[in-house]
Structure formats: C-alpha cells, structure tokens
Design a protein around this ligand. Structure first.
Ligand SMILES: Nc1ncnc2c1ncn2[C@@H]1O[C@H](COP(=O)(O)OP(=O)(O)OP(=O)(O)O)[C@@H](O)[C@H]1O
Ligand SMILES: [Mg+2]
Length: 357
C-alpha cells in the first residue's frame, strides 16, 4: 500500500556545493533541484562521483572544508502546531554550527549512511547511543529514553531488544548495526529520512530485509525518503520518483514508471541498458557505459554527458548547457534533443510532447 502524497517536505533549488582545492574549484553539486514529498521515496541514482552523497550531506550541512555550499536553497517545510500555519526555513542559509541546524538534524531530517560503523561509537553501548539522541531532542529522562530505545529496537526488527540494548556495536552483525542506525535515525520521528546507500555493504538477503523495513516504517509514519543507490533493482522496488545524476547535475527526473518505461536522457537510457536482464544474475551494478565520468575538476562546456553520448550533436551539445526541460507533469530532462517539446502546464492524455529523437 502506497501512502504517497503531494505534500512537499523538502525542496532543493539550484543547490551548488563546490570544493576549493589548490588546483581547481570542483563543482561537486552543480545546480541541483529536487523535491521530497510526504510518504514518497525519491531514489537518486548515478555512477560513482556524480555528487549523490555531497547533495545529501549538503542538506544537513555536513560538508567539510575545502567544500562549501556556494549557492541555492534547501527549503524545509515544517508543519504548523495546533492549527497554526506551517513555516519554511532555508537550511542552506543557516550558520554552520547554529542551534537551527542542530534542530534540523535528527528532529526534522535524519540520515543513515552506508557504513554504520562510521557513525556509531565503538565504546558506547547501543542503548546509550540511541538514548542520547532521544534525550538531546525530546527532553526525556534517562529511564524514559531507555524505554523508548527498547521500543525502537523492537520496531526495526532487533530480536530481544531488552538484552541487545546493552551490546556494543562490534558485537552485532552488519545488518543489525544498520538496524540500530535506522532506529537511531527514527528516534526523534523525523519527517524526512535520507539514506545514502544504506544496504550496499550488506548481503542480498539482509539488503531485502532492510528495504522491507524502510518501506514498512514509511507506511506507518508517512516519512519522505531520499534513497541514494547504484542499484537499479533497488530503485525498481523502492522508488516513487527517480532523479538521475551525472557530474553534479540532475539530468533527468520523474515518476519511476516513466523513467523505467520511457527514459529520455541518453544517460538514463545507457544506465538502464547496463542492467543485466532478468535471469542473467547479478544486481545491476553500472559498469558498461562507454567511457567514464570526466574529472569533475575539468567540467566540459555544454552538456556534461556530451563526450560519452551516442546522440551527441557537434556544435550544439559542446556549446550549450541544456536547461531543465519540462516534458510532462513532474518530469524534467536536461538534453537538447527535447528542446521545443516542453509541456507548459503539464501534458494531457493525447497531448504528449512529441518525441524529438
Ligand atoms: N574532500 C574533497 N575534496 C575535493 N573534492 C571532493 C571532496 N569530496 C568530494 N569531492 C568531489 O565531489 C564529487 C562528488 O562526490 P560524491 O561523494 O557526492 O559522489 P557519489 O555520487 O556519492 O559517489 P559514490 O557513488 O561513489 O558514493 C567527487 O567526484 C569529488 O570530485
Ligand atoms: Mg556516495
């Protein structure tokens, strides 16, 4: 059962995060627009180095020098209390160490990383780590926080939570640690959960369990989820919406069915072609696209995908940076093949933009 809604929780508008090294200014996130809605999962896909993690980390202001946000907005829409109207804050404009950003982290938006050991402390018991997160944000006593931590561990499928709450992270399996991370992320009931490849380090069975867990929790709580992955199999299972990133830009985005059945951007088509067909084994790592992602320090002029594109138009694609072109409701593509085909107020049945290929 999907509880997808149109209520917007988080909007990235023209987000730019650059790294300033001695040699170059690296545009890791180069004008990203994304929307996360209540009860829906947005999957962000793309090859290694295309800026998925830096986009996610920018949202929570977790970019370390020499990187920083140099432009754009991260608009967080908060619910109003007791009939009051909601409010909107721009997280990108907050001070790096402000109280504001500490409230956002965990309370409004929580994040789960690929490697749970990177975010769990080795020397503290699981329960104390979850309890601490709860106490910081929810102002509970130690005892109340412990009770809530036990509940949460039960909810994320940890057997015998009363006992495991006193374990150290190194005593748990990879899958259990990731469940603990999810429990910690959920402890303050965030409206948005960002998961950066949370299942990549796990075996296939555990991966499937964690994905089922997230789907179930979303149904109960209506969280908006941004899920970063390389794995198109996971996208097919989990996504309501998909954003395809390449070299710091979102080159195509739209509802999952449309992206899978009618991909428009040559990069999206190449990504989908690179998935092993059903029955051929493997989980679809992206390996077979001609060429490789260019060095982000040397951004090509024109289209970022130009030098790998099968449909490259000399004199155009190497000169003009494609703007986002709306080709349907909630559907955008950055590719000059679709210039002049944009829908103005969303397409009606029978009035689809002509295919410009
Ligand atoms: N500390 C740094 N200094 C310079 N550049 C950096 C630094 N960290 C990240 N980058 C740049 O940011 C780009 C985007 O990195 P990011 O981690 O977001 O990629 P990703 O899409 O998450 O890749 P992966 O799938 O491998 O996790 C990198 O290609 C790199 O050029
Ligand atoms: Mg990453």
């Amino acid at each position: 059962m999907s509880i997808a809604t149109d209520e917007t929780l988080l909007e990235l508008k023209g987000l730019r995060t650059h790294f300033f090294t001695d040699e170059a200014e690296i545009k890791a996130v180069n004008g990203v627009d994304l929307t996360i809605r209540r009860g829906r999962t947005l999957c962000v896909v793309g090859e290694s180095g295309c800026g998925k993690s830096m986009t996610a980390r920018s949202i929570l202001r977790l970019i370390d020098p020499p990187g920083r946000i140099v432009g754009g907005e991260v608009l967080l829409h908060r619910e109003g209390r007791e009939g009051e109207p909601g409010t909107t804050v721009d997280v990108a404009a907050m001070g790096h160490r402000d109280r504001g950003i500490r409230q956002v982290r965990g309370r409004d938006i929580a994040m789960v990383f690929q490697e749970p050991m990177a975010s769990l402390s080795l020397v503290h018991r699981v329960g104390n780590q979850i309890g601490e997160a709860i106490r910081v944000h929810m102002r509970m006593s130690k005892k109340e926080a412990r009770g809530r931590a036990v509940d949460l561990l039960g909810q994320v499928g940890i057997p015998d939570p009363e006992r495991l709450i006193d374990a150290y992270p190194f005593q748990l399996s990879g899958g259990m640690r990731q469940r603990v991370m999810i429990a910690m992320a959920l402890s303050c009931e965030p409206r948005v959960l960002i998961a950066d490849e949370p299942t990549t380090a796990l075996d296939v069975t555990t991966q499937a369990q964690i994905i089922d867990l997230l789907t179930g929790l979303q149904e109960q709580r209506g969280m908006g989820i941004m899920f970063i992955t390389h794995d198109m199999g996971v996208v097919a299972e989990l996504a309501d919406d998909v954003a395809v990133m390449y070299l710091g830009s979102v080159v195509e985005k739209g509802p999952v069915d449309e992206i899978f059945h009618d991909p428009k951007h040559p990069y999206t088509r190449a990504l989908l072609d690179s998935i092993p067909r059903l029955g051929s084994g493997g989980r679809g790592r992206l390996t077979t696209i001609r060429g490789s992602v260019p060095d982000p320090a040397n951004q090509p002029t024109g289209c970022v995908f130009g030098d790998r594109c099968e449909e490259f138009m000399a004199g155009r694609c190497d000169r003009i940076t494609p703007p986002p072109i709306a080709i349907g409701p909630d559907r955008q593509v950055r590719c000059l093949l679709y210039e002049g085909t944009e829908t103005v107020t969303g397409s009606m049945p029978g009035q689809e933009a002509p295919d410009a290929r």
